[in-house]
Design a protein around this ligand. Structure first.
Ligand SMILES: NC(=O)c1ccc[n+]([C@@H]2O[C@H](COP(=O)([O-])OP(=O)(O)OC[C@H]3O[C@@H](n4cnc5c(N)ncnc54)[C@H](OP(=O)(O)O)[C@@H]3O)[C@@H](O)[C@H]2O)c1
Length: 354
C-alpha cells in the first residue's frame, strides 16, 4: 500500500509509475512523445511547476496568453512582459478564473518592443518586481503583415519587435539565468523563406522603405530568431542555460492577422484545418518545461519535436555576422552597457576573419 504524504491518498500501485522516467545515456537521447495534435495541457500532464519563475513576452493575447495560462495552471509564477497593461490585467484575471492559479503568482511588467529603452527598463526591473532568477524565458511577442513603420529607435518595426528587441532582452536577462534555465525564441517555419540578398550592405539588417515587403520582413525576422537562439545556446552552454527556438503552428487563429482584413479572412477560412491555441502553445511549453529536454540546447522544434532548420539558419558564418550587426545596431542606440563583452567578441572575430 502506498500513501501520499501531502494528501493522505492511499493506492495499491506505486503512483510514481504513472510518470516513470527512463535513464538517458546522452543529453540528446530524447524520443518523440507528442506531435502536432498535442495540447499544452497534455504536455504538462502530471508536471508540477510550483517554485518556477517564467517571463513571457506578448502574453496578453494569442499563443502567448495560452502559454502563460498553461504554465500558470501548473503552479508556475509568471511575469507578463507586455505593452498593453490593461489587457494584461484582464488576461491575468481570466487565467485566475479559468485555472484557479494564485493571482499572487502572476505579475505584469511594461514592455514595448518598439523601444530599446523600454526593453532595458523592463529587463532591469525584473529582479525587484518579480524574482532574482528566471527558470523560463519565452520570447513570444511578434507582429506580422504591418506596413512600413519606424520605431522610436528609427528601425523598421517588424525587424525590431520580432528580432532586435528580443535579442537585447535575452542578453540583458542573462544575469538572472542560472544552470537549468531555459530560453525559448518563438520563431516560425516562415524563416525558411527569408531572403538576405541586401542584408549585409551598410551594416544593417533592416530594409529601406522602397525595398520593404511585409512578408519578407517577417520571414527575415523569424530567421534571425532561430539564429539568435543558436548563437546564445553556444554562448551559454557552459553555464547550463538552454536556448532553443520553436514554430508554434501554421496560420493559427490569434491576433496576428489583425493588421489587414484580408489576413483576418484568410486566417478565418483555414481555421478548421489549423492548430487550436492550446495546440499552438504545446511546442513552446514542451521546450520550456519537459524533463526529457534537460540541457538540450541549440535546436529548432516543430510539432513538439526536433526539426532541422533552414540551411541559412544553420550557416555559422552568416549567423555570426547577423549577430554582430544586430549587436552594433543595439550599441548605436543604447551604448555597449551590459552587452560590451559580446560586441568586443563578435567584432574581434570579424577582424580575425578578414
Ligand atoms: N499565429 C500563427 O499562425 C503563428 C505562426 C508562426 C509563428 N507565430 C509566432 O507566434 C508568436 C505569437 O503570435 P500570435 O499568433 O499569438 O500573435 P498575436 O495574437 O498577435 O500576439 C502577439 C503578441 O505580441 C505582442 N506585441 C506586438 N507588438 C509588440 C510590441 N511592440 N511590444 C510588446 N509586445 C508586442 C502583442 O501585444 P498587443 O496585444 O499589445 O499588440 C501580443 O501580445 C509570434 O512571435 C508569431 O510570429 C505565430
Amino acid at each position: 500500500m502506498y500513501k501520499q504524504k501531502e494528501t493522505g491518498i492511499e493506492t495499491e500501485v506505486d503512483p510514481r509509475l504513472a510518470f516513470a522516467r527512463e535513464e538517458k545515456k546522452h543529453v540528446h537521447d530524447f524520443r518523440q512523445r507528442f506531435d502536432g495534435s498535442s495540447t499544452a495541457y497534455q504536455v504538462l500532464h502530471g508536471v508540477d511547476l510550483s517554485g518556477k519563475y517564467a517571463l513571457i513576452t506578448g502574453s496578453n493575447v494569442g499563443i502567448g496568453y495560452e502559454t502563460a495560462k498553461s504554465l500558470a495552471r501548473h503552479g508556475c509564477k509568471i511575469l507578463f512582459a507586455n505593452r498593453n497593461m490593461e489587457s494584461t490585467q484582464k488576461a491575468i484575471k481570466e487565467i485566475v478564473k479559468e485555472t484557479n492559479a494564485d493571482e499572487e503568482n502572476l505579475k505584469a511588467v511594461h514592455l514595448d518592443l518598439a523601444s530599446l529603452e523600454s526593453v532595458k527598463k523592463c529587463a532591469l526591473s525584473v529582479e525587484t518586481l518579480f524574482s532574482s532568477h528566471l527558470d523560463i524565458v519565452i520570447l513570444n511577442a511578434g507582429v506580422f503583415g504591418i506596413p512600413y513603420m519606424l520605431t522610436e529607435d528609427n528601425y523598421e518595426t517588424t525587424f525590431q519587435v520580432n528580432h532586435l528587441s528580443h535579442m537585447y532582452l535575452a542578453l540583458l536577462l542573462e544575469p538572472l539565468l542560472k544552470k537549468g534555465s531555459r530560453v525559448v525564441f518563438v520563431s516560425s517555419e516562415s524563416h525558411r523563406f527569408a531572403y538576405l540578398k541586401d542584408a549585409f550592405r551598410n551594416e544593417t539588417l533592416e530594409v529601406t522603405e522602397e525595398q520593404y515587403r511585409y512578408v519578407m520582413a517577417y520571414n527575415n525576422s523569424k530567421l534571425f530568431n532561430v539564429i539568435t537562439a543558436k548563437i546564445l545556446s553556444e554562448e551559454w552552454k557552459s553555464k547550463g542555460i538552454s536556448v532553443n527556438s520553436v514554430h508554434p503552428g501554421n496560420m493559427v487563429s490569434s491576433e496576428l492577422s489583425r493588421s489587414w482584413w484580408f489576413f483576418r479572412l484568410a486566417f478565418f477560412l483555414v481555421r478548421p484545418f489549423t492548430k487550436s491555441l492550446q495546440q499552438a502553445a504545446a511546442t513552446t511549453v514542451y521546450v520550456a518545461t519537459y524533463w526529457d529536454l534537460e540541457n538540450v540546447t541549440g535546436l529548432y522544434f516543430n510539432n513538439c519535436f526536433y526539426c532541422e532548420p533552414s540551411a541559412l539558419a544553420s550557416n555559422k558564418e552568416i549567423g555570426a555576422e547577423i549577430f554582430r550587426i544586430s549587436l552594433n545596431m543595439i550599441e548605436t542606440r543604447m551604448g555597449g552597457d551590459l552587452i560590451q563583452k559580446y560586441i568586443d567578441k563578435y567584432n574581434l572575430n570579424t577582424d580575425e576573419r578578414k
